[in-house]
Design a protein around this ligand. Sequence first.
Ligand code: IPM
Ligand code: MG
Length: 359
Amino acid sequence: MTHNVLLLPGDGIGPEIAAQAARLLDACQKAGLDISVEEALVGGSAYDAHGVPLPDATLEKARKASAILLGAVGGPKWDKIDDLSKRPEKGLLGLRKNLGLFGNLRPAMLYPQLASASSLKPELVAGLDIMIVRELTGGIYFGQPRGIEERNGERVGFNTYVYSESEIERIGRVAFEMAQKRGKKLCSVDKANVLEVTILWREVMERLAPEYPDVELSHMYVDNAAMQLVRAPKQFDVVVTGNMFGDILSDAAAMLTGSIGMLPSASLNETGQGMYEPCHGSAPDIAGQNIANPLAMMLSVAMMLRYSLNETAMAERIEAAVGRVLDDGLRTADIASPGMQTVSTVEMGDAVLAAFAQG
Ligand code: IPM
Ligand code: MG
């Protein structure tokens, strides 16, 4: 069966790193992978062309795709748009919501070659391998009511933090299953000392635990989790949490690995369809300069092959190619130690392709 992949380059450095992913997909095809690749607009670039961040045509293509690869969206150019529903970020949130991509997997693993690029001491991060499982289509990001309105002569802003038992249960199951495949430790992060919604969250996680007797479940308040991540990150294996806590903790976890420029992510729905994107954003400050790190995007291709297309061998081949390129000392600016020579986006892409071609 031909896998049909939708590539959404997006904004900022998105198109530059997506170009490297496209070359890699091409190489996979030459190596025997049966795929077709289509492109579409999302985010600010879609807004510029069509006045909306998620055109119907893009959503239609996304629905039909076996998997979606997304670069990044957003940038200062569009921050002035008053109507929040037209902002580039809404393109991304709209894809997540419309496709039901509730299960967000954000690995934070340290490449041994990059230990010196971490902001923590090497001994604290050596061997680091955390998987953050973030709920992606609920919580305060989507809760109703929300808005800014006039009350008693002043404006009031409000959002709603809401989770149903079924929403908690399905993300809980993703996390327990992930823990079963990994180190068998699951830490559920909440704020159950203050927020009712997370009291329920904790209860549901507890209720699921007996079904996964091989997994050791623990709970942690989110403030403590933030502290533990920078104090002793290796205590974590799989972390499961809601949308907003996951947004924040995954950035912190990513930085422990030296560069957010290395980390891919997957967002999956109940049918296994997925959207794959680097954890970093559109980095408008370095866009168009051919200096962005394309590795998170290329590793997102690997993650897509593994989780949506069932092409584990090809995924491993990409990951091995990235490892070899790092072994050879190639570094984009974001992962270079002081004094190291750096390569451009395209040069890094070239190197990965060459290593991939060698098998
Ligand atoms: C992320 C990003 C998004 C989020 C933004 C761009 C809407 O920060 O994927 O982590 O908050 O989910
Ligand atoms: Mg984020």
